[in-house]
Design a binder for this molecule. Sequence first.
Ligand code: FES
Length: 340
Amino acid sequence: MTNYSITVQPEKQHFNCNESEAILSAALREGIQLPYGCRGGSCGACKVQLLEGDITYGDSEPEALTDKETAGGWILPCQAQPQSDVVIKAKEISQTKDIPIKNLPSRVMHMEQLTHDVMGIWLKLPTTERLQFLAGQYIDVLMNDGKERSFSLANAPHDDEFLQLQVRYYDGGVFSEIVFNEMKEKTLLRIKGPFGNFFLRENSERHSIFIAGGTGFAPIKGIIEHMIAKGDKRKVSLYWGARAKRDLYMDQLAKSWATDHDHIEYIPVLSEPVEEDNWKGKTGFVHEAILEDHKDFSDKDIYASGPPIMVQSIHKSFLEYGMNEERLYSDAFEFAATKK
Ligand code: FES
């Protein structure tokens, strides 16, 4: 199979795409966020200009392009496969304002209890729809009572066949009661999104400290998987604070990131380890554990996702150690009442 080089102007980004792969799929795999909607050739949201090279759509011409657009050099990267090296003109999505908010039906395709009080949910959108988002953003699940519950997306954009949610059980929490006691695979859920400003600042090379509290791990999982897909080599320290070992519900995954990538380190911190945990790692509050390792945050980006009290503690204490407030990114919001 022949591999071709794709260049995106004006940013001059490069990635490889094989002759039978859609250009958009290859871009997303490499962590390059080109705009898109349906990924099926019908909405036109991915339309870009072909500056150089040849492409094919295989057997079927996509419906979202008029003859005039095709003649004018417009192509649909969600369907176009390169037949030579290709140069396109497109604007990479790096800000939330570039992304349309959608209201869509989805189906629960898979549910898996990740630990005693966290349920993983895999949602599938209709075949003609995809949700464009930045890793780390969240969606609202629209409930029958007219209220909304917000959940971070745990998957990265390149891995968007299913939208992944990690729902923690809260005693009396309306949505979590449904998820743990009633919901079955194939249930239909209406969702809206994406929302939120908790996403990777792509243009920084600073050492980035990611701090997860409980299921605040979900959006950080999405961001780190995005960084790995993109080959982002900035130094990453991931601290995951939880009560006991069973609450580190994707401990093996986080460990594998650190084992496979020299620039990533993973430090779990337990606040209430139980005897059978036989815990030799860090204990206490996660922000205090970080302060044992770092005393200067002036040259670091901080990404904190978890309960408001955790984010407030980080904010207050790290400021005393030189943190630039503008480089603290958090999604404490979604942990508030609506997250139940
Ligand atoms: S036509 Fe909808 S994403 Fe390409």
